[in-house]
Design a protein around this ligand. Structure first.
Ligand code: F6P
Length: 328
């Protein structure tokens, strides 16, 4: 059992995600509930190195449950990748008498936390916050549900103009190496084809499917493409290729980009963030470290940070089959 925790630091790191503020609020208020202090660390690991800290009370986190982004800001720190950078961070934490950290972010954030723990034996608990949903050990990451709803809403709008002009639209969505957003939003928005990095269906199959759509009388189509798709072409090259090979199609491209990371979090993300935030504080008070909290079958569970980083959260391939059936 480590020393008694009296002060917990909380930070957000990597790409922001809707619901991060709800998680910060949960951590701050759980600390207040258990009579310990909570210190906000600004700009992720860079803030640790710069000693950019502020004591947070319950009132600091009023009216943020509904706000997208992160009040603590986020950054990707190259300095924290160095031994010296991490030593500076440790010194600042010691000076501020912070005993443990709650890290809200994705796999890069957790990798940083693990290395830091190994070098300085500093207690860390991770909360998965990323729109990509690509973290092992949780069915859902904070921000993913909101991003899905944003994407579906936008594709619905694209569909209006696509069908008015009889056009084929390629819609590129985020997901660095993971197709969760594309697959689920694609099925939810009724896309004809969904291209994800986990499954390279090949260009021939795409052309075949689009020809079939035309033959079956469809006048417009939506193809959702993950930014990290492995088909070997950018979404613009893909669109050119299809237009060259299927001149009967008039093709347009929409890259949704960072709008997918913004906006007010869905109720699901707020509740998820709140549950995970409370659990993270309770684990630290219980003397636990190097764990990530996640939601598995609607229960809050823990996974070793190492596994959360090493293992892969697998997409549901059944959804691809369902999508195929729907695009008849
Ligand atoms: O990890 C979340 C994510 O939004 C990815 O989907 C995307 O590839 C990346 O972040 C974009 O990062 P940046 O903020 O550096 O543009």
């Amino acid at each position: 059992m480590g020393k008694k925790i009296k002060r917990i630091g909380v930070m957000t790191s990597g790409g922001d995600a809707p619901g991060m503020n709800a998680a910060i609020r949960a951590v701050v208020r759980a600390c207040a509930y258990y009579n310990i202090e909570c210190i906000g660390v600004y700009r992720g690991y860079q803030g640790l190195i710069d000693g950019d800290f502020e004591k947070l009370t319950s009132r600091h986190v009023s009216n943020i449950i509904n706000r997208g982004g992160t009040i603590l800001k986020s950054a990707r720190s190259t300095e924290f990748r160095t031994v010296d950078g991490r030593a500076k961070a440790y010194k600042n934490l010691k000076n501020a008498e912070i005993d443990a950290l709650v890290l809200i972010g994705g796999d890069g954030t957790f990798t940083g936390g693990m290395i830091f723990n190994k070098e300085h034996n500093f207690p860390c608990i991770g909360i998965p916050g990323t729109i990509d949903n690509d973290i092992f050990g949780t069915n859902f990451t904070i921000g993913y549900d909101t991003a899905l709803n944003t994407v579906v809403d936008v594709i619905d709008k694209i569909r209006d103009t696509a069908s008015s002009h009889n056009r084929l639209f390629f819609v590129e969505v985020m997901g660095r190496d993971a197709g969760f957003i594309a697959l689920n939003a694609g099925v939810g928005a009724g896309a004809e084809e969904i291209l994800i990095p986990e499954e390279n269906l090949g260009l021939d199959r795409l052309l075949e499917s689009l020809k079939r759509s035309k033959r079956s009388g469809k006048s417009s189509s939506i193809v959702v493409v993950t930014e990290g798709d492995k088909i070997g072409k950018s979404v613009f090259e893909l669109a050119d290729y299809v237009e060259e090979n299927l001149p009967q199609y008039e093709v347009r491209v929409s890259v949704l980009g960072h709008m997918q990371r913004g906006g007010s979090p869905s109720c699901f993300d707020r509740v998820l963030a709140t549950r995970l935030g409370v659990k993270a504080v309770e684990l630290l008070l219980d003397g636990q470290t190097n764990l990530m909290v996640g939601l598995v079958n609607n229960k809050v569970e823990t996974t070793d940070l190492e596994n959360a980083v090493k293992e892969h959260h697998l997409i549901n391939k059944e959804l691809l089959r369902v999508s195929d059936i729907m695009s008849i």
